[in-house]
Ligand binder design. Structure first.
Ligand code: CP
Length: 311
């Protein structure tokens, strides 16, 4: 594999999920693969899980890891042909090539502005590194995608499903802040690759990009959508149509025990208790969020392994 910026970089997703589950049983089986190889992780935004799980994954493969909170370095310029007489001290053209000399793989986290839809959709930060870096790029959550999270979610569903074709529902939930659509987008793309009964529920106005949701059924009545669900993935996202806007914070969309019933509760974390989901759900045995976060290690590790095998 030459890069991992979207789930479509995986040649065979169901096979990759099985390989990740095998890796989880024996995480150090390939500890020589990354010897004398370095992963540089660049963070334009904060992280807890992605940062630690990806570092752990790389170290399980014997890699060295260097982490840069890039906002503590020089302000990078991304525009072509710009006169750099304001706040940007270094162009991504140089920065990406320089970092590539120190790295065998570069992983990047760069959230969207949620102000300029066109610019965010172009994935200008991620794609600038894809363009100018000379080593493989891994997406640790970009403006529109979070493919490492989606792979971890798919691994978790595969581990816990009790029927051949489970019903999986992605449900919007309220949140006080405007959040990206990236997790939801990648989850939708991933679920479309699996043999499952998948649907989405959200209030009107929160439709995701229709080029991503395609023909996935969308329901505006949450409780009807959740009926007989095996897995309920809860996530807030800001409006895509009224780009980046919080249209409402209707608390009735918070996930409760009564709505979840026997289903498994999923969330990428971090999650706001009693806003997105009530305590009773998060503290119940039906919550699988901690297992999801563990599987972030093995989603990152299988991705790094496949890239290392191609270097
Ligand atoms: N789920 C996830 O990506 O968590 P972090 O933002 O803490 O990395």
């Amino acid at each position: 594999m030459k890069k991992y910026t979207t789930i479509y970089d995986l040649a065979h997703i169901p096979k990759t999920i099985q390989e990740a589950i095998q890796l989880k049983e024996n995480p150090f089986a390939y500890e020589d693969l990354g010897t004398h190889k370095t992963l540089v992780m660049l963070f334009f935004n904060a992280s807890l899980r992605t940062r630690l799980s990806t570092e752990k994954a790389a170290k399980n493969l014997g890699m060295n890891v260097m982490i840069l909170n890039i906002n503590n370095a020089w302000n990078l310029e991304f525009e072509e042909g710009t006169i750099m007489n304001l706040n940007s001290s270094e162009h991504v053209k140089e920065a990406a090539q320089v970092i590539s000399q120190y790295a065998d793989i570069i992983a990047i986290r760069a959230f969207p502005s949620l102000e300029d839809k066109e610019k965010d959709s172009s994935e200008w930060i991620l794609n600038s590194f894809v363009k100018y870096a000379t080593v493989p790029i891994v997406n640790m959550e970009s403006a529109t995608m979070h493919p490492l999270q989606a792979l971890a979610d798919a691994i978790t569903i595969e581990e816990l499903k009790t029927k051949q074709k489970p019903k999986v529902v992605l449900s919007w939930a309220p949140h006080p802040k405007a959040l990206p659509q990236a997790v939801a987008n990648s989850f939708v793309k991933m679920m479309q690759q699996l043999d499952i009964d998948f649907s989405i529920t959200h209030p009107k106005g929160y439709e995701l990009n229709s080029k991503i949701t395609k023909n996935v059924p969308i329901h505006y009545k949450q409780e009807e959508a959740l009926k007989d669900a095996d897995f309920v993935y809860v996530k807030n996202w800001s409006s895509y149509e009224s780009y980046g806007k919080v249209l409402h914070k209707n608390p009735n969309w918070m996930l409760t025990e009564a709505k979840l019933k026997e289903a498994k509760f999923m969330h990428c974390l971090p999650v706001r208790r009693n806003v997105v989901v009530e305590d009773a759900v998060l503290d119940s045995e039906n919550s699988i969020v901690i297992q999801q976060s563990l599987n972030r290690v093995y989603s990152a590790q299988i991705v790094l392994k496949k890239i290392l095998e191609n270097i």
